[in-house]
Write a protein that binds this ligand. Sequence first.
Ligand code: NAG
Length: 177
Amino acid sequence: MRVSTLIRAALVAVTASTAAASGADIVSALNNVDSETADLQSTVEDWSGGLLGSIPIVTQSAHVLSAINDGTDTAEDSDPLTTEEALSIATAVSTLATTVNGTMTALINAHDDFEHLLLAPIVLLDLKTQKSASDDMSAAIIAKVPQALQAIATNLAAPIAASFEQAIEVFSLSNGI
Ligand SMILES: *[C@@H]1O[C@H](CO)[C@@H](O)[C@H](O)[C@H]1NC(C)=O
């Protein structure tokens, strides 16, 4: 075997073993964000407005952030997606958009309780951090989508940012510490 052939074989092996994430990994990361976000929604909806009961909300909110950051890492590690992979991700993104809408609605509905406990600024900070992380995740995913589908992907992700924006607006107006 010639040296150049050996080098090429080695390169192929390295490329194959480092091509970690794929469309399926992104779908599973998005489903994880969806499930953590849905948990946050039910934690907020079950909250009776007391100080102690607000602790699980803060904890679950951190889980959402960490799931979003995992999603960004997974997308960044992924190879460029095939059209078929991009379509399966589209479904996961619209499911997530519906969940984020419900969660932001629950937070908006609970705003007065957070404000009463002077916790509204903490929620606001969480929301801003999550929105920024979520924007990064969307950008990382869209970057891997085939060129022809990027505009559609951008439109699909837009309602997620818009839902965060609505909640951020409500919590920006609150009194607090
Ligand atoms: C949720 O979706 C409805 C219907 O599209 C929209 O009117 C509402 O503003 C959204 N709310 C949030 C918080 O995203």
